[in-house]
Design a protein around this ligand. Structure first.
Ligand SMILES: [Zn+2]
Length: 514
């Protein structure tokens, strides 16, 4: 060890991190052996550390073996993703060793880490409809996801309150559908008007905000460099308000639909896509064609949640479809649509995923469920309410139960300046998430993983978003990366005391641990 390195190692030991103690890593690795000694890299920037990389087919997908000796750093992995994750671990090792002097050479602790993820879907979702964050903020989310070894970005692009993806064949989607004449007022409290739950609104127009094909390509390239798959979501048949404001003819009751939707203000509108209108189906096919052209993801999200049946019951075209297809009841129209689009996308080499409502009824086994409901009181009252049931029936499942995974729910902090939609997901509860909880042993292979959901009705900007995402997304990353529960929350908490400072030094508006 040269004298400069010795000084670095000694000052690191005296500062917040001790080079001879266990390095702090989030998510925790599967197996770490700390050896004596340090490797003194002659560079100050972790990205410049020389790493000997090799392929080892005996390692699991996305897994890696990272070895730091006094002589240097080597990484073995089965694939490029594994090598990338080894780099993320190296980054955290180096940050642990940082002394604060930007030009000082890095002193890394000698370790051997053998690591691989527990789940292959390690996701974070972002609702860009209720509030729009834009390219640079999305890239920031992707950066932080990669740093925590998350690999699926679920991009919620369409809903009642906005349409955020330009579709060249349908310019009104973004000219009209990407804007709205009013929004919820910051600080506004939900209250009841008759039997409707409403929140005070302002009268400021919002938007148009949307992504062009070039914007999307830029984000996709950025995500691909970070081994993140972007799964776009096009909501159908419900949560279709913005599309209907642009093209009312695709609703069951076009007259006055735009005004009704703009006036609804909160929650999902009763005006949904008409299941009986062939033109509506063709419109959705063309939208999905464009989505398939743009997005390389093998999995496309078709929404499917909370679709009111009121219009379908009254609509002659929907009722005619019911008869023509030999369906028993109005409810079956959703399964009919799910089947139609599952087959349509399958012909284009894609698989559908949808909120767990899509699994009600006769749908192909290839359909993936995203489980958000935890009781029959939620959703539309269909029988299938849990991810465990979906997996039992043989569907691949992504778990996102709202009681644990919705980060627009309160963190229960003593002093919290931000507003939440409600609920209760403090850090410890977020950390307790186990995607296989309640799933029968023989069905567990169907659990692809899980994700946090960042709905943004009450999330106005990137500072607000970061506060809600972090540190809870660290808990999500660890729940999805590390071996099955029970995990030790206090061990996580102690590491997070160090790791939170790293996030803050990166400029992340990370909330306190409690
Ligand atoms: Zn209809």
């Amino acid at each position: 060890m040269n004298i400069k390195c010795l000084i670095v190692a000694a000052s690191a030991a005296l500062s917040c991190w001790n080079v001879f103690a266990e390095p702090v890593l989030v998510p925790a690795p599967r197996k770490m052996t700390v050896r004596s000694g340090v490797y003194c890299a002659s560079v100050a920037d972790v990205g410049s550390i020389e790493v000997q990389e090799m392929r080892d087919a005996s390692l699991p997908p996305e897994g890696y073996r990272l070895t730091v000796t006094t002589g240097g750093v080597s990484v073995a992995s089965a694939d490029a993703a594994g090598a990338f994750y080894a780099r993320q671990t190296l980054r955290q090792l180096a940050e642990g060793a940082a002394t604060g002097a930007a030009s000082a050479p890095l002193a890394l602790p000698c370790v051997e880490i053998v690591d691989s993820p527990a789940y292959r879907w390690r996701g974070a979702h972002l609702d860009e409809v209720r509030h729009f964050f834009g390219k640079e903020n999305v890239k920031r989310v992707l950066d932080l996801m990669a740093y925590h070894k998350l690999n699926v970005f679920h991009w919620h692009l369409t809903d009642d309150e906005g349409w955020r993806l330009e579709i060249p064949a349908y310019p009104e989607l973004t000219r009209i559908g990407a804007a709205r004449p009013n929004s919820w007022k910051r600080g506004g409290k939900p209250h009841k008007v008759g039997d409707r739950r409403v929140i005070d609104r302002n009268t400021e127009s919002y938007g148009p905000y949307f992504y062009t094909a070039d914007d999307v390509r830029e984000i996709l390239a950025y995500a691909a460099e970070r081994h993140i798959t972007v799964v776009p979501e096009i909501e159908l048949p419900g949560h279709a308000g913005a599309a209907i404001t642009a093209y009312p003819q695709f609703a069951c009751m076009p007259e006055g639909a735009r005004e009704r939707i703009w006036d609804a203000g909160w929650g999902n509108t009763v005006d949904v896509f008409c299941a009986g209108n062939d033109e509506t189906i063709r419109f959705l096919e063309r939208v999905l064609d464009h989505v398939c052209e743009l997005f390389p993801s093998k999995i496309i999200h078709i929404g499917g949640d909370e679709c009111p049946r009121k219009r379908w019951k009254e609509c002659p075209k929907c009722q005619a479809r019911l008869k023509a297809e030999g369906l028993k009841e109005t409810n079956d129209l959703q399964a009919w649509m799910t089947r139609h689009f599952a087959q349509y996308l399958e012909k284009r080499g894609r698989r559908i995923i949808g909120w767990d409502e899509i699994l009600s009824g006769d749908v192909p086994r290839s359909a993936i469920g995203m489980s958000w409901r935890t009781s029959q009181k939620n959703g539309t009252g269909d029988k299938l309410t849990s991810g465990a049931e979906g997996a039992r029936r043989g569907h691949d499942m992504v778990m996102a139960p709202h009681l644990l995974c919705y980060y627009d729910y309160r963190q229960e902090l003593a002093d919290d300046p931000f507003q939440y939609i409600g609920g209760h997901v403090p850090l410890e509860k977020a950390y307790s998430f186990d995607p296989c909880e309640g799933v029968a042993e023989e069905a567990r292979a169907h659990v692809l993983g899980g994700q946090c959901c960042n709905w943004t009705e009450f999330t106005w900007n990137e500072h607000d978003l970061a506060w809600k995402m972090w540190p809870r997304t660290c808990a999500m990353a660890e729940a999805l990366w590390t071996a099955p529960a029970p995990r030790d929350f206090w061990d996580f908490y102690k590491r997070m005391e160090v790791h939170r400072r790293r996030l803050i030094s990166r400029g992340v508006n990370c909330a306190p641990l409690r």
